[in-house]
Design a protein around this ligand. Structure first.
Ligand code: NAP
Length: 285
């Protein structure tokens, strides 16, 4: 089997994908920005350093690989995917976002625009593609860990907001399937968990998994924006505001659950209860 490049190997999904491919005895090369952050269990793989904006490093990383798992860059260099084609890459599995289909093309939503631009650039490169479009990653709930560890509470403006979180390892599973079988060539999959549930229900499931009572505390939208900016100093206040507005909207409009994961893999996506059990340690002092 030809070599596969995994970008974002220090990330949640990239790391889990790399582990899956190594277990499958695939020939894997990892792209990281910092060698010191490579997890121990991935050190047996070939590791190269570089970042998306450094085209010299990207040429080194892309040379000699046939398939690539790409994160969507924050700032896309227009030469990146043409460079991949020039290096002989035959398939790209892009970690995109459901915002591409949920948000109108006329909207200036920066998250949708970033992912839409990357999808278009991959298609224009002529390389075979698969777009994985998660709606909401369950791993977002790790942002609650500091307040759970400090006070056994989760502070949100809309506890009744309905979501459909998908386990990050289910994204890794489907990415591995796409890379190892080519069965998802020219497919764009919108990926959700198996069932919509409220934030309050998510908190109850974490509470059950850790065996402690955790309170869901309602805060004002302004406090939520300030909390977000405090924990994401690099983020724009506009993104923080959009996230809070989206939470409000989903009180009455549950995000749809799709069958794309089931259809592609033949198995149900994991529940949020299972995710909470798998991440007990993150919420346990
Ligand atoms: N959160 C959601 O609900 C949601 C919904 C839909 C789609 N998504 C997509 O999923 C992504 C998050 O996935 P995740 O949780 O696995 O992310 P993550 O854990 O934050 O990992 C991101 C990875 O990308 C690497 N990276 C960042 N900038 C880079 C650059 N300029 N060059 C090379 N590598 C770079 C990071 O490297 P370092 O370790 O060096 O930082 C890290 O390995 C989002 O960015 C979005 O595209 C998320």
């Amino acid at each position: 089997m030809s070599r596969i490049l995994i970008t974002g190997a220090t990330g949640h999904i990239g790391g889990l994908l790399a582990l899956r491919l190594l277990r499958n005895k695939a020939q894997v090369r990892l792209l990281v920005r910092d060698f010191n952050r490579v997890p121990d269990q991935l050190r047996q793989a070939e590791v190269v350093s570089g970042e998306f904006g450094d085209l010299i490093a990207m040429r080194r990383a892309l040379t000699g690989v046939e398939r690539v798992f790409f994160y969507t860059p924050q700032h896309l260099d227009a030469s990146l995917f043409p460079l991949a084609a020039e290096c002989g890459v035959k398939q790209i599995v892009l970690l995109s976002s459901a915002s591409v289909v949920k948000v109108s093309a006329q909207s200036d939503n920066p998250v949708a625009q970033r992912h839409r631009r990357a999808e278009q650039a991959v298609q224009e490169s002529g390389i075979d593609w698969t777009f994985l479009r998660p709606d909401l990653l369950a791993s977002n709930s790790l942002q609650w860990a500091p307040s759970i560890l400090a006070n056994d509470e989760v502070r949100v403006p809309y506890p009744e907001s309905l979501r459909n979180p998908i386990h990050e390892d289910d994204i890794a599973l489907i990415a591995a399937h796409a890379l190892l079988t080519s069965k998802l060539s020219r497919s764009a999959l919108t990926l959700t968990g198996p069932k919509a549930l409220t934030i309050a229900e998510q908190v109850r499931l974490i509470s059950k998994a850790v065996g402690r009572s955790i309170t869901c505390v309602r805060i004002s939208p302004e406090e939520a924006i300030a909390d977000y900016m405090g924990s994401h100093p690099e983020a724009s206040p506009r993104v923080a505001k959009l996230l809070v507005e989206y939470q409000h909207k989903t009180v009455t409009q549950a995000a749809a659950n799709t069958v794309d994961f089931l259809n592609a893999t033949g198995i149900e996506a994991r529940t949020f209860g299972k995710w909470a059990q798998d991440h007990r340690a993150a919420f346990t002092p």
